[in-house]
Design a protein around this ligand. Sequence first.
Ligand SMILES: [Fe+2]
Ligand SMILES: [Fe+2]
Length: 183
Amino acid sequence: MLPIGPLMIEHRLIERMIKVMRHELLQAEGQKKINPRFIETATDFIRAYADRCHHGKEEDILFRELKKKKIASEHQAVMEELIEDHKRGRQVTAGLVEANSRYRNGDEGALSAILECVRTLIGFYPKHIEKEDKNFFLPIMGYFSKDEKEAMLMEGYRFDADLLHEEYQEIVKGAERRLPPKP
Ligand SMILES: [Fe+2]
Ligand SMILES: [Fe+2]
């Protein structure tokens, strides 16, 4: 498999979550309320999967290796745009987490900020994914040898495996805050 294979499979899962977010947005616009637990699920997914796991492999493996190559200016421009998109996605998601926490604590005025963030994310992700799937991933594979592609694929698998351990280490660290302070 090409190193972009797992990334394209991950795009399909992100699209499925975006579809649910679109459905929840339409309902929330009609009912003038939203389920904060759903927003928590969606933002956890975006942060852990779409950003840390998926954008992580793009930036820390694929783009890192691409930066070592002499590439066409059009590919350079698209890569820079994609990195900017990732940053924007992080900012909007952080805004959504913050607005959701205000809403959960009783601030009904935070609903409009939540809806605006959700609207931005469901508009942004499909376009970002299309840019990668249709105009970028396949053409840039031409810069790499068979061995380089294989090495990136393997590094991606290790990246995913390490993430699982990182995630649960964080969970235990968080849980340990419940312990009494050491004497
Ligand atoms: Fe991306
Ligand atoms: Fe992607």
